[in-house]
Design a protein around this ligand. Structure first.
Ligand code: GLP
Length: 242
């Protein structure tokens, strides 16, 4: 694991955007795994500025997102599809037909999950997967559990995740209780992983994920076993890691 400790959120976002831009320069046809949540917003903003300055080209890439709320259509302003359009895709030269996110409205959940994994396989896997980390150590929407779920699957969100994500909704009752998420296996097969972490509230969980036992009770801990993980965080989140 490589760890970059930046002084604050903006510095973290700049470093992360440069990391992603370098990947696209080395392979303009990269398959990027993308994440939602508050943490990557600054990275996406920086990538948009870099694109506007002519420093990065998204025309050849394909993206696959980690997850989507079950029951929300892509037109819903709370959907992760809407988030990605608004925070990144609508502002860069990406071919939207090559941006993939699970379909929250799929009628056959199992078929949707199988098709999502088949899509990733057909793309020959993910070159660089961007991740955040939930307050309970989840990655994507892989919540703490008794075992690691390998494939894309339907999950019931924990109370703490619903509470944490309620800030994006008018009413906590509007937060969906289920989601589709890439499995730990799908994430783990990415050739490179970039995890972003910000804020003091994540300091303990990121330390436990990096230095504690590898356990499905803390899904991000599996990253200790991956051969190419980079963590970029701010001082507030990484100060317990020394
Ligand atoms: C959500 C997303 C995760 C994200 C996590 C942390 O639950 N499904 O992919 O990493 O929230 O979000 P934030 O970055 O807002 O703390």
């Amino acid at each position: 694991m490589r760890i970059f400790k930046e002084k604050d959120y903006d510095a973290m976002s700049r470093r992360a955007a440069s990391f992603i831009a370098a990947q696209l320069m080395l392979n303009p046809r990269s398959v990027l795994g993308l994440a939602t949540g508050g943490t990557p917003v600054g990275t996406y903003k920086t990538l948009i500025s870099m694109y506007q300055d002519g420093d990065v080209d998204f025309s050849g890439i394909t993206t696959v997102n980690l997850d989507e709320y079950r029951g929300l259509s892509g037109n819903d302003v709370q959907s992760y599809r809407h988030f990605m359009d608004e925070q990144l895709f609508d502002h860069i030269n990406i071919d939207k037909a090559r941006t993939f996110i699970p379909d929250g409205m799929a009628t056959d959940a199992e078929a949707e999950c199988a098709a999502y994994d088949a899509r990733i396989d057909a793309l020959s896997g993910i070159d660089l997967q961007l991740l955040g980390i939930g307050g309970n150590g989840h990655i994507g929407f892989n919540e703490p559990a008794d075992s690691f779920a390998a494939a894309t699957h339907r999950v019931t969100l924990t109370r703490s995740t619903i509470d944490a994500n309620a800030r994006f909704f008018e009413d906590i009752a509007d937060v969906p209780t289920e989601a589709y998420t890439m499995g730990i296996g799908s994430i783990f097969r990415a050739r490179k992983i970039l995890l972003l972490v910000s804020g003091d509230s994540k300091a303990q969980i990121i330390r436990d994920a990096c230095t504690g036992p590898v356990t499905p009770a803390l899904p991000a801990s599996i990253l200790q076993l991956h051969g190419d993980v980079t963590i970029i965080g701010d001082e507030a989140s990484l100060h317990l890691l020394g």
